[in-house]
Design a binder for this molecule. Structure first.
Ligand code: ATP
Ligand code: MG
Ligand code: FE
Length: 341
């Protein structure tokens, strides 16, 4: 089975062709650094317009790279949310048009399910249920992934996402956008113990996250002391590592049924975080699985793969499937606890 996947929910325009045997026939990602960097962050309207300009050529390029025609594709998967609604609509409408024109089924993919299932694209041995730390630009959650479309959320952030904390910290340290890779690069030359910073919620009984106070503490330390930028970056990164490890430890303790401990989302590209989580998984005798770096940040292959998993489960969507700015993986957790936690 061959699936074409489209992604446009934030600032990556991406498409890929992936088959049910986990072969990635072609994939392309176009970032928008040049467009957004003057503003220090993603400007939604600029992002949506860039997706309009780029998505169709990228789809054509991916088909050409693989030497495949639309007629040979079995289904079209497109991100239908959550994300910046203008960009989501560009990708979803493009997916619908392709599906309609080629007479193929549409699969409306939850972008978070794309991240959540991406480790199974990279590693055929990964079986349900697994404990997932989803760390991205907009989310920081611990989820028990029980199957396709079947998620139990154990924890979430009460304020900022981990990636958001990296991006805001990069901005205040003058490292620019996108922030995560910039902080990681600069942190390599710093001392992670140089600047005393808080570890919000560490030690609390439920494995929730909080990063807003950490970012403010970095701002205060940067303003009031003579710490170097590398020391500030390294100390910030270490604080995030400590929070992620401590919170994941609580979740691992209550999920003995998990076959593996898995990390996904853009922040999972961070080397210090991957190393610390590897050690944590070993302490619990769990396999640790993280996708390759390019599959952590937004891409079309994870959307095509989520599409392949849904297609195999008989899950396709009508052509009037809605674009959804908010779309939790575990809706039950949201109603029990409210929007934040
Ligand atoms: P979401 O998936 O929640 O909708 P998103 O799609 O914008 O948000 P991703 O593309 O999954 O997020 O991840 C982007 C985030 O990952 C950004 O916040 C970025 O700073 C962060 N990031 C990317 N690489 C690294 C890295 N090496 N270290 C830390 N953070 C990183
Ligand atoms: Mg991005
Ligand atoms: Fe993402």
């Amino acid at each position: 089975t061959l699936i074409l996947g489209l992604e446009s929910s934030c600032d990556e325009t991406a498409a890929a062709l992936v088959d049910s045997e986990r072969r990635i026939l072609a994939h392309r990602v176009a970032g928008q650094e040049a467009e957004h960097s003057p503003y220090g962050g993603v400007v939604p309207e600029i992002a949506a317009r860039a997706h309009v300009d780029r998505l169709a050529p990228i789809v054509e390029a991916v088909l050409a790279d693989a030497g495949v025609t639309l007629a040979e594709v079995d289904a079209i998967a497109a991100t239908a949310g959550p994300g910046l609604i203008g960009g989501v609509m560009v990708g979803l409408v493009t997916g619908k048009a392709l599906a309609h024109a080629a007479g193929k089924p549409l699969i409306a993919v939850n972008h978070l399910e794309g991240h959540a299932l991406s480790p199974r694209l990279a590693d055929a041995s990964l079986e349900f249920p697994y404990l997932l730390l989803l760390v991205s630009g907009g989310h920081c959650q611990l989820l028990l992934v029980r199957g396709v479309g079947d998620y139990r959320r154990l924890a979430t952030t009460i304020d900022d996402a981990a990636g958001e904390a990296f991006d805001k910290t990069a901005k205040l340290l003058g490292l620019g956008y996108p922030g995560g890779p910039a902080v990681e690069r600069v942190a390599k030359d710093g001392d992670p113990a140089a600047v005393p910073l808080p570890r919000p919620l560490v030690g609390s009984a439920e494995p929730h996250f909080s990063f807003a106070g950490l970012k403010s503490a970095v701002a205060r330390a940067a303003a009031s002391s003579a710490h170097s930028i590398p020391d500030l970056a390294a100390s910030f990164q270490q604080a995030v590592v400590d929070c992620l490890v401590d919170r994941s430890r609580i979740a691992l303790a209550v999920c003995p049924e998990a076959t593996a401990f898995v990390v996904a989302g853009g922040v999972a590209a961070n080397g210090a975080i991957r190393a610390a989580l590897t050690d944590l998984a070993a302490r619990f005798d769990k396999a640790f699985i993280a996708p390759p770096l390019w599959l952590c940040t937004d891409n079309g292959a994870m959307i095509a793969w989520a599409g392949a998993e849904r297609f195999a489960a008989g899950l396709t969507d009508p052509l009037d499937a809605p674009a959804r700015p908010r779309w939790p993986l575990d809706p039950a957790a949201e109603t029990v606890r409210g929007a934040g936690v």
